[in-house]
Design a protein around this ligand. Sequence first.
Ligand code: TRP
Length: 415
Amino acid sequence: MANSNTQFTTRLGVIATTVGSAVGLGNIWRFPYEAGMHGGGAFLLVDLFFIFIIGVPVLCAEFVIGRHTGANIRGAFRALAPGQRWGWMGYLSLISAIGILSFYSVVAGWTLEYLFASLFSYSSSFADASESALHSRFASFATSDVRPVLWTILFLIANYFVLVRGVTKGIEKVSNWLMPLLFILLLAFCINSLFMPGAAEGLRFLFYPDFSQITPSVILGAMGQAFFSLSLGLGCMVTYAAYFNSRVPLIKTAVTTAILDTLVAILAGMIIFPAVFTFARQPAAGPQLIFEVLPSIFASLPAGRLWSSLLFLLLFIASLTSTISMAEISIAFFQQECSMPRRRATLLTIAAAMFFGILCALSFGSLSSLKIFGLTIFNLFDYVTSNIILPIGALVISIFVGWKLPLPLLTSSIS
Ligand code: TRP
């Protein structure tokens, strides 16, 4: 496999791309609102349990499959268990990867809207940072039909331009630049939040586990969050590990990825919850939490527009380095299973995500009354992929590595 542009070239590249995949809206958007709805510290505690006790081993399993075969998810299963029926996992992954990419791009599109709104302060931007103003600003934007769709399309086009350049020149290069920038920005915002009057209360909410809050729904939510956040269950990490060379230490890479991923989720919580309590917002506001809380931070800051632009830029960066990893599942699949040139495989993947992404974006507006199993299209995509397919995929991958792989192969790959 070692031709140019099909392997990550440096150790930094390996970490930047895998952490880039793991760290995303899952950490900065999903974690705070899930924790906010599910009791803060209690949710964090259960999430940590799933990340380190279950997530890290599954991550190692995905790495072993990918690095050993150097293939896409379907090819990898077929190479390791020829003549058996594991290849269907490839189709499940392909469909779910495009599903996640579609709804995720809608939220990434929201971050672009907020980025441009704060850069060019259209529609009076966030000048009025009262709760009701920010709430209605978000609602009127998200339920409209034009701008959310346009941002989703633009976001996916940005993905196309990174992906079409290939693994080394596209994915690795972009991740190497953007991931360090992301950490610097996060730290700066975290320090700012720690000086807010509501900091103590916010930190207490995030870190103090109230054990009575640990209910089955918290446990289920935290499990889904852990898989989603580590990009597990779809073969995303199988696909990336196919680009690792034989010297990459798999366990160390898995542990580093889990630690940095958790750190970003905690930093995001440390940015948002002090602000939630300072500005008397509801921690349980749901998916719109960061879009309604973050702008109020900036209204109180000198050079607020600069900071808000930076923060939404950060969200965009985090989204992009994650979506390219989802898209790569499908691109590698089309390239290797259907012998497609990379450009066509990329085009097909992005076009499919655009089609479903537009439906997801419209499901807040014109299509909001279209319900399947009682859920809007966006919620259906989110629920089915995160809460059903990821855990099943992770289970299948674990069973495969535990029962199907010859032990010597496993021990030699992992050491
Ligand atoms: N982990 C990313 C996040 O936290 C999302 C993600 C990227 C993902 N690739 C994935 C989720 C594959 C599930 C499967 O935002």
